[in-house]
Write a protein that binds this ligand. Structure first.
Ligand code: FMN
Length: 184
């Protein structure tokens, strides 16, 4: 399996409006592949404008927020798009090849520019737990309810032991969405 980096990807539509979504970047040599599922705004935007900004952020609230209707995070213009105003680093990605696929087209990108804005602050078990919970939340219609309940119970222990206020808030947003969906 290839290396995957979980990032916040900002794309723009034909009118130039920004769209924020968590996306895994798949490594392929010096390239990164964006693989948005059909249908998605990220996919449409990449077809309209073959450019994206991947944000390397340790803010758990942005990952959880995008999945719970909180997409309004401050942005600043960079290159042909936008980055998060607060991010540790960002990569400006240019699509150099599109591999069509019925479910998940692959947009192969080169890094046109990379910038670091703040130092890495160390590992956080709670952040990793929120990202796992966010992935589960993005698959509520695909995964068995019992599996989601068991995973959330396990992740909740880690969050209770190690979370910052922001990480605890992010986990609570995801729990509320899962509860509204009918479980766990
Ligand atoms: C950590 C993480 C990684 C994700 N990676 C992908 C991905 O690689 N491709 C994808 O289509 N959705 C991915 N998702 C789900 C999308 O963020 C979510 O479905 C999003 O709303 C995409 O749809 P949109 O572009 O219409 O907003 C991921 C979610 C999380 C939390």
């Amino acid at each position: 399996m290839p290396l995957i980096r979980e990032t916040i990807v900002v794309t723009a539509d034909a009118a130039g409006r920004a769209h924020i979504a968590p996306l895994g970047l798949i490594a392929e040599g010096e390239r990164w592949i964006l693989a948005p599922f059909r249908p998605s705004a990220t996919l449409e935007n990449l077809r309209a404008r073959p450019f994206a900004v991947a944000n390397l952020t340790d803010d758990a609230r942005v990952f959880a927020g995008c999945l719970t209707g909180r997409r309004d995070w401050p942005l600043v213009a960079v290159g042909a798009g936008f980055r998060l105003a607060e991010t540790l680093a960002h990569w400006e990605l240019e699509v150099v090849e599109i591999r069509e696929d019925a479910q998940r087209p692959r947009f192969v990108c080169r890094v046109a520019r990379a910038e670091t804005h703040a130092p890495f602050g160390g590992f956080s078990r709670a952040l990793a737990a929120v990202i796992e919970a966010a992935v589960l939340t993005s698959r509520l219609d695909l995964l068995p309810r019992a599996e989601i309940a068991a995973e959330f119970a396990r992740l909740k222990v880690i969050v209770a032991k190690t979370a910052s206020a922001g990480e605890a808030e992010a986990f609570a947003w995801l729990e509320a969405k899962v509860a509204a969906h009918g479980g766990p």
